[in-house]
Design a protein around this ligand. Structure first.
Ligand code: FAD
Length: 462
């Protein structure tokens, strides 16, 4: 039997890679991990964490406004000290980088610094260092991609949005996905005038249509302008500004332009083609249900494969694979009903199917929908509203979709996602006692279907 330096070598110290390395070491494997940049990957350094911290910062803009409705006399002219926010975010990210380093070191994982490349099916090269492994896991994530338009060098990706010299007075956002919406919403609350340009007919394609329309209404009420069915023809620099010309000829002046139109998997320069690892037409690593590539010793998880690009998904994929390689082999990856949130203002969170997808899959679908002004806003004075929606397969009475637009939607939906995975029926939702007074109790008190009056509630014990 051939002797390898390690049992598994992981390329990439992001969400998927770090989880895989730690689990493999926990199973007793000899593990090495290679990272070319800051430990923690996209989520920690330029994704979920800094984005959520800025979303919290942005939420204070509304909180100050709301506090006066409850009798707080605040000094006027609250001002964001942008350098302080950037500095405090950077310090927290640096702390997290250290936590990751520490976890790997104390986990007995050999950490190698530099850019890795596969030399053969069991050998990885990092600079002038070479290491052999029985298994190689590619967890190199993805990067923002820019469209091929004149002036693309004048446009930023989301990576640059955390360290802008100042909050731009006028921000133009290109894209209608969750990253575009989140940054539009955050920078609007921080004081920028925001215009969002999207080639589609509405925001967040793939989400439930009510959720999409409702969020658009809320963002519109917040003062964000939209240009739908619009593409950018050209970006020019002029007197320190950007002039963005749209396909219909409209010229928009902005101080910063964010392009959030898509991400591509990090497969370049990894030597994958030389070793025979097959890619999908979009350049992602092609894997089977067990994350095996076309080369038996090479595996891939996370954003570098063409599945769902979310941190908890990368974590779960890594967990399933490590269990398969070193553990019981009983875990399975299930991509159904993955809950997700969008940290706009207000937040969106969703689990399961949109109404459209449910109607395509089931014969009879009942919809329960409620929009209301949350109790807090009766005094806060803000007109913002909350949307809650349940999608039910009428034949089985199973709840197949739970959707919310409103404060802390992610915190609310996480629990309902567990109920859905457990196969909860609408009758079980109905028989659950609400927590009063909350917004979330609406999910267990919506009795009348809004689109299917013939819905029959089956009897349920308790
Ligand atoms: P990554 O975390 O990207 O890690 C890959 C690592 O590999 C990187 O550290 C990279 O430096 C390293 N690497 C690449 N090539 C090499 C090489 N050749 N040699 C050595 N090292 C290499 N997800 C959520 O669940 N919730 C959110 O709210 C959320 N918000 C996001 C906001 C933004 C702006 C972005 C961009 C992403 C967000 N995501 C969010 C997605 C999430 O960050 C990713 O799904 C997740 O980080 C994927 O993990 P990964 O391990 O596949 O890759």
């Amino acid at each position: 039997m051939q002797a390898f330096d390690v049992d598994i070598l992981v390329i990439g110290g992001g969400s998927g890679g770090v989880r895989a390395a730690r689990l493999a070491a926990g199973y007793g494997a000899r593990v090495a991990l290679v990272e070319q940049g800051a430990m923690g990957g996209t989520c920690v350094n330029a994704g979920c964490i800094p984005k959520k911290l800025y979303s919290y910062a942005a939420s204070y803009a509304h909180a100050f406004e709301e506090a006066t409705g409850f009798g707080w006399a605040l000094p006027t002219g609250q001002r964001l000290d942008w350098p302080t926010l950037k500095h405090r975010r950077a310090a927290e990210i640096a702390r997290l980088n250290e936590v990751y380093e520490h976890m790997l070191a104390t986990g007995g994982i050999q950490v190698l610094r530099g850019r890795a490349r596969l030399a053969d099916a069991h050998t990885v090269v990092i600079g002038n260092q070479q290491i052999t492994a029985e298994h190689v896991l590619v967890a190199t994530g993805g990067s923002a991609s820019l469209p091929d338009i004149p002036g693309r060098e004048l446009v930023m990706t989301s990576d640059a949005m955390f360290d802008l010299p100042q909050v731009p007075r006028r921000l133009l956002v290109i894209g209608g996905g969750y990253i575009a919406c989140e940054f539009a919403s955050i920078y609007r609350a921080l004081g920028a005038e925001v215009i969002l340009v999207h080639r589609g007919t509405g925001l967040l394609s793939g989400f439930d249509h009510d959720v999409r329309e409702f969020l658009q209404g809320e963002m519109d009420a917040d003062g964000i302008e939209f240009r739908f069915n619009a593409t950018v023809r050209e970006v020019q620099a002029e007197a320190g500004h950007r002039i963005v010309t749209l396909n219909d000829g409209e010229r928009i002046v902005a101080d910063a332009v964010l392009c959030a139109t898509g991400r591509r998997p990090n497969t370049n320069g990894l030597g994958l083609e030389d070793v025979g690892v097959a890619l999908t037409p979009d350049g992602a690593i092609a894997v089977d249900a067990w994350f095996r590539t076309s080369v038996p010793s090479v595996y891939a998880v996370g954003d570098v494969i063409d599945r769902v690009q979310l941190t908890p998904v990368a974590l779960r994929e890594a967990t399933v694979l490590m269990d398969r390689l070193f553990g019981s082999g009983t875990f399975r990856m299930d991509y159904a009903a993955i809950p997700t949130a969008v940290f706009t203002h207000p937040n969106i969170a969703t689990a399961g199917l949109s109404e459209a997808k449910a109607r395509a899959r089931f014969k009879r679908v009942a919809i329960y929908r409620s929009t209301f002004r949350a109790l807090k806003h009766t005094l806060s004075g803000r007109a913002t509203r909350t949307l809650m929606k349940l999608v039910v397969d009428s034949d089985t009475d199973r709840v197949v979709g739970v959707h919310m637009v409103g404060e802390e939607a992610g915190e609310v939906i996480q629990g309902f996602a567990v109920a859905m995975r457990a196969g909860a029926s609408k009758a079980q939702f109905d028989s659950t006692i609400g927590i009063h007074p909350t917004a979330a109790e609406e999910f267990v008190t919506m009795r009348t279907a809004t689109t299917m009056p013939d819905y029959d509630v089956p009897a349920v014990a308790g």
